[in-house]
Ligand binder design. Structure first.
Ligand code: SUG
Length: 444
């Protein structure tokens, strides 16, 4: 059965501690920019503007709130005691790597917030969410509980939505959410193909130079709990991971019947394509493949051509690819993007968006958003206060200008005034987004 459905986006609002701490081995941008000064204010404004742009194109757009950072509860769990300011000071003195992890604004990358199965693909007819445990990196492993809370706030109606807890936070079940999942379909409301991409097996002795962040078994567990139909499991290319592809969405994006990817994305490309074709019901998948000769992997990763949003603008026949401005700045990537748009294939247009602050940590336009396919009835059951409108855009802009610092150096993360500013910002945000006054640990 197929009903009318749309693809909504929920973007992570960038938090006041946005910084470059070099926390993610295998994510080359994060390592390269370690120690640089960041601009939390520019970052959050770029994110807010991107959300408005998508909303203006006619796609439902939601805001996922930042998490409480620095995470004082996490530092207390390590035995640091005293006032909150003392906890922070002692942690920076005795365990600086843990303190840095407690400060990361990484929940901004909502593609890693959860894996989503739309109701058209689940047996009980509900939309299923599993927050990603993100166990591979310490700073990201702190996210899933608050993410679950945020998803419950946005999707509160249990008759339409099932928000599961994260998988057990162990390396065997390492999960990075929707960044390793692609859904292809004839139209959003009909049954799709769920492509899960994994980097290693739970009990495999992994010997790659960089971590493989998703296990096959994590994908299988999610598929089972979501009762997802039509699943294709594909191994991520080992060479891609070794080259800096820490998530599949760095080299691959799909929408409707189209899969756009780099030739090194999958370990066995032909088998992956055959499995997708066999699983597709009522449509013929279209593959838009970019060769390493046209675009070396290193250029794909530094320019993030594939970490783009592939969307169908209402009323248009062909898809639009929304790339980061870095794609335009790289001559090879730019040439590929322009050729695709003029080649009469499924992608008819390329646009560029400035998310440079996030990009410097390896987070492009596609990293910042979680896609959620919703029927009209499900859309009506979401929390309307979290939906981007002109009014919310104006309010969030004023809010950011009031609370966010223009510049932040890594050493500033230890400043107790930053903790106070962050809490002030988040406290006000809970009333803007109607989250209640016990949404964050510091409010409880
Ligand atoms: O997990 N960077 C994130 C970027 C996530 C991008 N998401 C997707 N590709 N879907 C990560 O590696 C760096 C933070 C720092 O180094 O301060 C960081 O966490």
């Amino acid at each position: 059965m197929s009903s009318h459905a749309v693809e909504a986006n929920a973007d992570g609002l960038i938090g006041p501690t946005h910084s470059y701490a070099g926390l993610s081995p295998g994510n080359l941008a994060s390592s390269l920019n370690k120690g640089e000064a960041s601009s939390p204010r520019a970052a959050v404004l770029q994110g807010i503007d991107k959300m408005k742009r998508l909303a203006d194109l006619g796609l439902p757009q939601f805001v996922l709130p930042p998490h409480e950072r620095p995470s004082i509860p996490f530092l207390r769990s390590l035995g640091f005691a005293g006032t909150d300011a003392q906890v922070l000071e002692r942690a920076w003195k005795d365990a600086p790597s843990f303190a840095a992890a407690a400060c990361s604004a990484s929940p901004m990358w909502a593609a890693n917030a959860a894996t989503v199965t739309p109701s058209a693909d689940s047996q009980d007819g509900r939309v299923h969410f599993t927050p990603a445990n993100l166990v591979t990196n310490l700073h990201r492993s702190l996210e899933h509980e608050q993410t679950q809370r945020a998803l419950n706030a946005l999707f509160p109606d249990a008759s339409h939505f099932a928000v599961h807890p994260a998988l057990s936070p162990v390396s065997h079940l390492a999960d990075e959410g929707a960044a390793n999942h692609v859904r292809l379909c004839a139209d959003h409301g009909s049954e799709g193909v769920n492509l899960f991409v994994w980097g290693r097996e739970a009990f495999e002795a992994w010997d790659g130079p960089f971590p493989a962040r998703q296990t096959r078994e994590a994908c299988e567990a999610i598929m089972r709990r979501h009762t997802a139909s039509n699943v294709v499991l594909a191994r991520q290319g080992r060479a891609a991971i070794a080259g800096g592809t820490f998530h599949n969405d760095v080299v691959c994006v799909g929408a409707l019947d189209t899969l756009f990817f780099h030739e090194l994305a999958f370990e066995d490309l032909e088998a992956t394509k055959a499995a997708i074709r066999a699983a597709a019901k009522g449509f013929e998948p279209k593959f838009v493949e970019v060769s390493a000769a046209d675009l070396p992997l290193a250029d794909a990763i530094s320019s993030y051509l594939f970490n783009s949003m592939l969307i169908q603008i209402p009323g248009e026949d062909r898809l639009t690819l929304i790339c980061p401005t870095e794609t335009r700045d790289n001559p090879r990537s730019h040439a590929v993007a322009e050729r695709i748009a003029t080649s009469n294939g499924p992608i008819g247009r390329v646009e560029y968006v400035d998310v440079r602050q996030s990009m410097a940590n390896g987070g492009g336009p596609a990293c910042l958003r979680l896609r959620v396919v919703l029927t009209d009835e499900e859309l009506a059951a979401t929390n309307a206060a979290m939906r981007m409108t002109d009014e919310l855009h104006a309010r969030l802009t004023m809010w950011a200008l009031r609370w966010y610092r223009e510049e932040l150096r890594p050493a500033d993360l230890a400043d107790p005034a930053l903790l106070e500013e962050s809490r002030g910002a988040l406290d006000e945000l809970t009333s803007i987004l109607h989250l209640g006054n016990d949404f964050y640990p510091f409010q409880r």
